[in-house]
Design a protein around this ligand. Structure first.
Ligand SMILES: [Zn+2]
Ligand SMILES: [Zn+2]
Ligand SMILES: [Zn+2]
Length: 149
């Protein structure tokens, strides 16, 4: 299974400006960390990495503004910890379109966006309105699979 990598050359300056956010070193730093690995990054891990430069409250505010603007989406890992992944470009303010499957590794707890796997259509009872579907696939990631062989 291939995991879609995020575009390395994504122009973060442009991304922030497009979303009406001021370009600040803190925001750029957080975006860099979120897109650094293939996997999503958890809030505690982000805190560990940027904690010396960015205090908790500021980090929290940055993440919630990114989420609100459609820049990142939140996935809860197996421990219920919030992890963040960059959105595809069609997400907009308060309208996320990250309707793809997320894969969570039961050994290392890494969360991957499987952009190429879209979610099934759910036939809802009448008078029900669908806003979003979350579907997590749980198993071994390629890295932990190798260790298990
Ligand atoms: Zn999104
Ligand atoms: Zn793993
Ligand atoms: Zn995702």
């Amino acid at each position: 299974m291939t995991v879609q990598t995020t575009e390395k050359n994504r122009d973060f300056h442009k991304l922030l400006k497009q979303n009406g956010l001021k370009v600040t070193p803190h925001r750029l730093r957080v975006l860099n960390e979120i897109t650094h690995k293939n996997a999503a990054i958890s809030q505690p891990d982000l805190e560990k990495i940027v904690g010396k430069e960015i205090d908790r409250v500021t980090l929290y505010r940055i993440l919630s503004s990114f989420e609100e603007k459609g820049i990142v989406h939140k996935i809860f890992d197996l421990h219920g910890t919030a992890t963040y992944a960059i959105c595809t470009s069609d997400c907009t303010e308060n309208h996320h379109h990250d309707q793809h499957v997320h894969f969570i590794c039961s050994v290392c707890n890494s969360v991957y966006c499987l952009q190429e796997i879209s979610l099934p259509k759910i036939p809802l009872p009448s008078h029900f309105t669908l806003h979003s579907i979350a579907l997590n696939a749980v198993g071994l990631c390629d890295h932990c699979q190798k260790d298990a062989d």
